[in-house]
Ligand binder design. Structure first.
Ligand code: TMP
Ligand code: ASP
Length: 246
């Protein structure tokens, strides 16, 4: 499939058109940003590692009946995806208190939540991706009420599948962020990526609060060994998927 022009460059990925109007090519970059791009850096090999991890997770979710934008991985850091209109909503699911939930509520880091929490954030860098209420989301027409129900239901289902899978990897899925898109025929698809950039992943073999971190918090908080943490996630995801699917 031949690649045409650059459609969009984000902080971690570049999107290109292809000769099929329904298909886009995503190039995963090594660039890393945090705190709304106030902190910038590179995680060597991240593009390939995140593309590989996201591929495995999309395949796992598709097999469990979750429709995703994933089509193929034609190169180590490239993914072919279905063209969608991305909803300007970031859906965050939390199983354990961490990050902004702790900063904004005072809950202690590591507190296991009684049930998973689903939150919506406005995907708007200029406004700093603020937390939305359901009514604000509908007011801004970021999704229809039906889509909102679907987002919540799918996010919870994805959480069940990913929590069980990462558990098999010896990793606790603390929280994660999802993005969804709508096809030309109005089908809702899971889009973007699922990777250590978009999840909090804690190594179950470690109890130390810094040593257990296997995700982008290592970069955000200058914990070091970022590349080897991502590599460890990739190795465990590949080994577990092979063990499960042959
Ligand atoms: P938070 O605790 O900072 O709100 O983050 C919740 C989850 O969302 C965490 O797994 C990291 C992920 N996330 C992103 O993928 N992109 C972002 O821009 C932010 C702020 C968080
Ligand atoms: N990706 C976000 C940014 O740089 C923030 C983060 O992941 O912490 O804007």
């Amino acid at each position: 499939m031949s690649v045409h022009q650059k459609l969009y460059e984000g902080k971690a990925k570049i999107l290109y058109t292809t000769d099929d109007p329904e298909v886009l090519l995503t190039h995963f970059k090594d660039d890393a940003t945090a705190f709304n791009a106030q902190k910038r850096g590179q995680i060597v090999g991240k593009g390939e590692m995140n593309c590989a991890i996201a591929t495995q997770l999309f395949k796992l979710l598709e097999a469990a009946g979750i429709p995703t934008h994933f089509i193929d991985r034609p190169a180590p850091n490239e993914m072919l995806v279905k063209s969608v209109r991305i909803l300007l909503v970031e859906v965050v699911v939390r199983n354990i208190a961490a990050g902004s939930l702790c900063q904004q509520t005072g809950l202690p880091v590591g507190k296991v939540l009684p049930t998973p929490l689903v939150e919506f954030y406005f995907k708007n860098d200029a406004l700093g991706d603020p937390l939305l209420t359901r009514d604000r989301l509908l007011l801004l027409e970021l999704a229809t009420p039906e889509q909102l129900d679907q987002l919540t239901e799918q996010a919870l289902q994805i959480n069940k599948i990913l929590t069980a899978f990462f558990d098999q990897c010896g990793i606790t899925l603390v929280d994660f962020k999802l993005e969804f898109g709508v096809t030309s025929t109005q089908q809702l698809l899971l889009a973007d990526e699922i990777s250590p950039d978009t999840c909090r992943l804690w190594n179950q073999a470690e109890t130390d609060p810094d040593r257990r971190v296997m995700d982008k918090d290592r970069f955000r908080r200058d914990l070091g060994n970022v590349e080897s943490a991502y590599q460890q996630v990739l190795e465990r995801v590949l080994a577990t998927n092979t063990a499960t699917n042959g």
